[in-house]
Write a protein that binds this ligand. Structure first.
Ligand SMILES: Cc1cc2nc3c(=O)[nH]c(=O)nc-3n(C[C@H](O)[C@H](O)[C@H](O)COP(=O)(O)OP(=O)(O)OC[C@H]3O[C@@H](n4cnc5c(N)ncnc54)[C@H](O)[C@@H]3O)c2cc1C
Length: 463
């Protein structure tokens, strides 16, 4: 074979390979735009409200199960046209993660899979007449309804929390926390006299995974990103507190991992206070039970979650305000054979626990529920028996900065740099959008050589 033919074969192979890669990254939608029937024209209409971990997984799995049939239509309604990849949200605080990579596009993925999507906020559910109402009074009918509205912060009625603290329940919240730190640095740079401690003291309340990760990311923001840009501010003047009411942080983890995590935080000079109950928050201090006060103008609340409040307006559905919509082991809302609920807004019984405990509100549970739910809806449509949901916890991964994590995966515990690499790989592969995967991987590789440059865009800079 002469060199010319060999060169032609290599070039041809490369073109075929690039074509295959392009198809994998940009798959052909199930329906061409002119072929797709309207959602309300399908014989069986499945309506999913909430496009997060639970709702999105359920919709995608349903589309997979019905790809060879034309009698089932799936519509997802969600108040945003993206779903939030929560495990990476804390990384936005230090700019280790870019917001656009955490906001996973819902439309592209759902339309490609064969579902329909509407961005709208749920206003009312009418289970007697099988319809829901969204903004503007628009109504959507259903034969099966999936409620997957997620959770909201719980302030437990503690005075001042809602008014004076930032929360960590969304991409904008994480950006706000980062911007608050930047604003404080800018403000302090302009001060000529004594700088009050409260300006540069950040108090994170809640020692669960979200609080621990947030405190670590704040530390990284100060010491990695801001330090070189503000030579007039001693980074050690910034004090970060992590407050936890129980006697240990990270209650979901094994005690040895908790200890490792706490040591890491303390080494980063994060002041971890356990058994510390916040009783009141004012504009410039956190008051603790027992009388101690921490002077701060920067409080971040991560201490509690509750099922999404929208569900309190559900017409007659069985709701426990603390744990959510009551479903049976098949994920069906008690008393309503064609209404289902999953994720943080649902109170799902754990069939493996004898004490009546429920499935914990986390992403892996919501994803597993979404898959079982899709199968159960198809079983219901076909008149077959549904299967009970069995939660199989895979483990816990908690990142403390870009070079350290504490992980427990299927009973194996590991910590440190290797654990941090595992954390990154595990979540990178779980991002749905190929664009996000590519961007985030590139950012992390670049981050090994270049410090992040951090700015905050202000809406009203003259105010
Ligand atoms: C900062 C943070 C970090 C986390 N990290 C982890 C982690 O590392 N590992 C883990 O397992 N779990 C983690 N979790 C928990 C996990 O994200 C949730 O348990 C999971 O997202 C639950 O899935 P869901 O579908 O119930 O809710 P979500 O994923 O929150 O989705 C709810 C959806 O409902 C939509 N919605 C809400 N209200 C309305 C309305 N009125 N009308 C229309 N749509 C509405 C929302 O827009 C959203 O799309 C974290 C949570 C937070 C807050």
């Amino acid at each position: 074979m002469n060199g010319f033919v060999k060169g032609g074969l290599v070039l041809g192979g490369a073109v075929v390979a690039l074509g295959a890669l392009r198809r994998a990254l940009d798959p052909t939608p199930r329906y061409a735009p002119w072929e797709k029937p309207r959602y309300d024209a399908f014989e069986n209409k499945v309506l999913v409200v909430g496009g997060g971990f639970g709702g999105f997984t359920a919709a995608k799995k349903l589309c997979q199960l019905i790809k060879d049939r034309e009698d089932v239509g799936v519509l997802v309604i969600s108040k945003d046209n993206f779903f939030t990849f929560w495990p990476m949200v804390a990384g936005i605080v230090s700019s280790d993660v870019d917001s656009r990579n955490v906001a996973q596009p819902l439309r592209r993925a759902l339309i490609t899979a064969g579902a329909s999507f509407r961005r709208a906020t749920l206003r009312k559910i009418d289970p007697e007449n099988n319809k829901v109402t969204v903004d503007g009074g628009v109504e959507f009918p259903y034969d099966h309804l999936v409620i997957a509205l997620g959770g909201l912060p719980n302030f437990f009625g503690i005075p001042g929390v809602e008014e004076h603290s930032l929360t960590m329940r969304g991409i904008e919240d994480a950006e706000q926390i980062r911007n608050r730190m930047i604003e404080r640095f800018e403000e302090v740079s302009l001060m000529t006299g004594e700088v009050p401690d409260s300006k540069l003291t950040f108090v994170v309340i809640g020692g669960g995974a979200t609080g621990v990760e947030t405190a670590s990311e704040l530390h990284n923001l100060v010491h990695e990103a801001l330090q070189p840009d503000y030579p007039n501010i001693d980074p050690h003047r910034v004090r970060i507190f992590l407050l936890e009411g129980m006697d240990h942080i990270l209650p979901e983890l094994d005690p040895a991992l908790r200890k490792t995590a706490r040591t890491r935080l303390v080494n980063q000079r994060i002041d971890v206070k356990t058994g510390a109950m916040a009783e009141e928050i004012t504009a410039n201090c956190v008051k603790l039970k027992g009388g101690e006060e921490i002077a701060t103008e920067n409080v971040i609340w991560t201490a509690g979650n509750r099922p999404n409040v929208a569900i309190e307006d559900l017409d007659g559905l069985p709701v426990d305000e603390r744990t959510g919509i009551k479903v049976d082991e098949y994920l069906r809302v008690e008393g309503y054979p064609n209404v289902w609920s999953i994720g943080d807004c649902a109170s799902v019984p754990d069939v493996n626990q004898e004490n009546g405990a429920g499935v914990p509100p986390n992403a892996q549970a919501a994803v597993q529920e979404g898959k079982t739910l899709a199968k159960n809806i198809i079983a219901a449509i076909e008149g077959r028996e549904p299967e009970p949901f069995e939660y199989k916890p895979l483990g816990q991964l908690v990142e403390l900065g870009s070079d350290f994590a504490v992980n427990e995966v299927m009973g194996v515990r590991f910590t440190g740099k290797l654990a941090a690499i595992f954390w990154r790989m595990a979540y990178l592969t779980r991002l749905d959008s190929p664009q996000s995967k590519a961007h985030q991987m590139t950012d992390w590789i670049l981050g090994m050589f270049i410090r992040p440059a951090v700015t905050s865009a202000r809406v009203n800079p003259d105010e």
